[in-house]
Structure formats: C-alpha cells, structure tokens
Design a protein around this ligand. Structure first.
Ligand code: LLP
Length: 447
C-alpha cells in the first residue's frame, strides 16, 4: 500500500495517520471507521488554489457530492474554496454549517420547485441550470419571490473521456446538461436572456470523473468557448465565466497514473486563453469543481477482520465488518483499492486473499487478490483513498448502521459524524394503528 498524506509507520509496525495510531483509533471509536486526514485534505485544497492562482480571478469550487458534512464545510470555507451542492440536503448541510451562500453553486439535473425556492431564499451565488424546464421553474420562482437568480448553463459538449461508463457525462447521450449539437444549448441562452428575473453569467460542462488524461479537459474548454462564440453571434451575449466541472482522477492502485493538479490546471488555463485569443474573445474567468481529487486521498477506512475462510485450491476470503454499505464503489464500478493490515505494517506480504464484506450479496467484495501479511481475526484492515464517494454513498442495506467519521489532525482525533445506532435505523419507522399491539400502543403513549 502506498502511504499518502501524513501516513507513517510507527515503531510497533502500526499505521499512523495525522499523528494518531490507527489501531488505537479502531479500539476507541470502533470499526468500520472512516478517517479523514485533515492536514492532507487542507494541503490538497491549497494545491488547487495555488495551481489556479496563475489565471486571473480563477475559482476552485469543492464538489460536495464527494463528501460533505458540516465539519467538512468549515474546512473548505477556511481553505478559501467555494462549494458545489447538488441537492437540497447538501445545501441544508452547507447553510447549517454557516457556509457563505455567496460561495455556493447549486447543481442537479432535476431540481424541485422547493429546492429552487430554498436556494433563492438563501441567496446562493449560482444556479447551474441543466435544462429548459428548470429554466422555466427558476423564472417562475424569481417572480414569486421577487429575487433575482444568477445562473450558468450546463452544456453537454459531446466529449467522451475514457472512464467507467457510469461516471461519463460529457457525451451527447447523457441525462445531464443542454446538448450543444441539437440546438438546445442556444435555445437555453436565448430563454435565459429573455427571462427578466434571471441573469446569465456563464457556461459549464463536466465531462466525467476519474479521468487520467489532460487532453479531454482542453477539448472541453475549447468546445465550450466555441459554443460561446456561436451564442455571441446569435445573441450578442458574452460569458463572464466558464466552469469546467470536476473529474481529475486519483491513484487508487498500481497502474493508475493521474496527472498532477498542476498539470491539470496548466492545461485548462492554456486551453482557455489560447482558444479565446484564437476566437477573438475576452478570456473569461475559469472555474473548476474538483471533488474526488481533493478528498479521496485524505480518507482511509478501518475494518476489523472476522472470519478467514480458505477454500483450498480456490481462494481465501478475509471477511471484514463492513463492505458495500460503506464502500459501494467496487460493486458499482468494479473500482479497485489497495489494502494493508494496520497492526502489521512491518510484516511482508505472505498470501493473496480476497477481502469480503458482510452484506448479503456475493458482489460485496472490497478487494480481489490483495497481497497481505497473514490476516487473523481481530486484525485491523485499512483501505486507503476512501475519502470520496464512500461515506457520501453509504447506505443501510441489511440494516447495518453507517460508520462514524473522524478527522485526525496533528495528533488529535475528532468525531465529525457519529456512528449510527440501531435506534437511528428505526427512527423513521411507523407502525400504523391497525398493526399495533397492546404493548406497542402503550409504549407509544409513554414516548
Ligand atoms: N461537478 C459536477 C457537475 C459533477 O457532476 C461532479 C461529479 C463533479 C463536479 C466532481 O467530480 P470529481 O472531481 O469528483 O470527479 N460516484 C462516482 C463519481 C460520480 C461523480 C459525479 N459527479 C464514483 O464513485 O466514482
């Protein structure tokens, strides 16, 4: 396993993160446990800001869908990043954390009238508009509330980046955005300009996630600017800003070769300025929305090893106390991860095993064929690079409670999300009167 961020190996062969012994953390907080290396998270935010500082007035917007809690909002705010929210729930999280609405960008391909109203009333900075129907809903909401909506249009630029098809979004056959080719994007610009309560500031595109090449980002920038010129010729409107979404990949396993944040930034900055000058346009402000590449490497999940089942001549399953409920990515995208035994970091690999979860699905495998020191029940297994789209996509299949999340920072652990309890699992359950028995009725009265 490659060490990331503040990870180090202590004298007893224990994995340390943020100056804390992970074996102690597992004992103290229980497992499964998500750990966020706050120093590393902050460092990634800073690298992004510095890499884009070369461009005039660029803005880095953290994509909250990767991992958002109220404490994370505080860290993102302190590091000077803006925030992309994709739902009323993410917006609520940000507002409750006191995140400045003037730095919130609101995404989503089917925002409800209630979500639109909530965002307008909160005074968010931008609606990232996905389609003509949403434009209509926003226009109506501005009339009802008397508030102006500041928007960008999300375009589908017709760019295919090489990534898993479930996380590809820039191609023409996509549920996201206004397709340029069909004329819908131009229609969007026309309608936005004609709506009195709406101010159109810019254009957006997001071509996909976990991308290992820089060329598709340059191609996307070019496609958006070429569209901007077409829109200018048709309407006289000029975008102040172009937002190129997220998508930069990260290293999960050997063979993964993501570009650096700096290479990614330079490619985008150059593509935008070159294309703008070629097309005779003013260089717009550049915005990006990274999620995974900021938070993924800062996260590690700890598990306790349970049954070790050797099927002679076939494979050995090492079962842990979590699985697809806390990390859906292997089951959903065939995602691959490294693993280590946090209490045996000095031991050499001695076997090849498959790490299985405890959910009732054969597909609940976290890592196929991991080379590890001999695992035994009670060992603490660490899977790194689980900061993005892990807790964010966690669920309660089989009614397993979702794990706690802690930050570690300069030797100090802090809980930022409490472990769910069995009581939390039934909190919203209701037994209708016709199904109630005497004892539940009297319990309900007491409550
Ligand atoms: N902006 C928009 C409009 C997006 O849709 C996304 C991600 C991002 C930014 C952030 O992209 P990132 O930098 O994280 O690649 N659950 C999948 C990933 C889904 C990505 C959804 N959109 C996974 O676990 O791989």
């Amino acid at each position: 396993m490659r060490l990331r961020g503040t990870m180090e190996i202590g004298s007893q062969g224990h994995l340390f993160i943020g100056g804390c012994d992970t074996v102690d953390l597992a004992r103290r907080y229980g497992t499964p446990l998500y750990i966020i290396d706050e120093e590393h998270l902050r460092a990634r935010c800073r690298r992004y800001r510095e890499a884009f500082a070369r461009a005039d007035n660029a803005e880095v917007i953290y994509a909250g869908k990767a991992f958002l809690t109220t404490a994370i909002c505080r860290v993102i705010e302190e590091e000077g990043l803006s925030l992309d929210v994709a739902s009323g729930g993410e917006l609520h999280t940000a507002l409750r954390a006191g995140f400045p609405p003037s730095r919130i960008y609101f995404h989503g391909n089917n925002k409800s009238p209630a979500e639109i109203r909530m965002a307008l009333e909160a005074g968010i900075h931008r609606f990232m508009v996905d389609n003509l129907y949403e434009l209509e809903l926003i226009s109506r909401a501005t009339q009802a509330t008397g508030r102006k909506a500041h928007i960008c249009l999300r375009l589908t630029p017709g760019i295919e980046a090489h990534t898993h098809k479930y996380i590809m979004t820039g191609q023409i056959d996509s549920k996201f955005g206004f397709p340029i080719e069909t004329g819908q994007a131009l229609e969007g610009v026309r309608q936005a300009l004609a709506s009195p309560g709406i101010e159109l500031h810019g254009l957006h595109c997001h071509i996909g996630s976990q991308i290992f090449e820089t060329a598709p980002f340059a191609a996307a920038a070019r496609a958006v600017l070429e569209f901007a010129r077409v829109a200018y010729q048709a309407t006289g409107w000029v975008p102040e800003e172009i937002n190129l979404g997220g998508g930069l990949g990260v290293y999960y396993v050997e063979g993964d070769t993501p570009p650096s944040i700096e290479d990614y930034a330079n490619t985008i900055i150059e593509a935008v300025s070159e294309t703008a000058s070629e097309l005779g346009m003013k260089v717009p402000r550049i915005l990006v929305e990274p999620g995974r590449s900021i938070v993924s490497p800062a996260g590690t999940t700890l598990y306790t090893v349970g049954a070790v089942k050797e099927i002679r001549g076939v494979r050995t399953y090492v079962t842990v106390d979590g699985g697809m409920g806390d990390n859906l990515r292997p089951a959903l995208y065939q995602a691959r991860y490294e693993a280590a035994i946090a209490n045996k970091m000095h031991d050499l690999p001695a076997c090849t095993v498959t790490i299985a979860g405890k959910y009732c699905e054969s597909g609940d495998i976290l890592v196929w064929d991991a080379g590890l020191p001999l695992p035994e029940p009670g060992d603490i297994l660490a899977i790194p690079c689980t900061g993005a789209y892990n807790y964010a996509m966690a669920m309660n299949y089989n009614r397993f409670p979702r794990p706690a999340v802690i930050t570690v920072y300069r030797g100090q652990p802090d809980v930022i999300v409490m472990r769910e309890s069995y009581e939390d699992l039934i909190r919203n359950d209701v037994i209708p009167a016709r199904l109630q028995r005497e004892e539940t009725r009297s319990r309900a009265v007491r409550a």
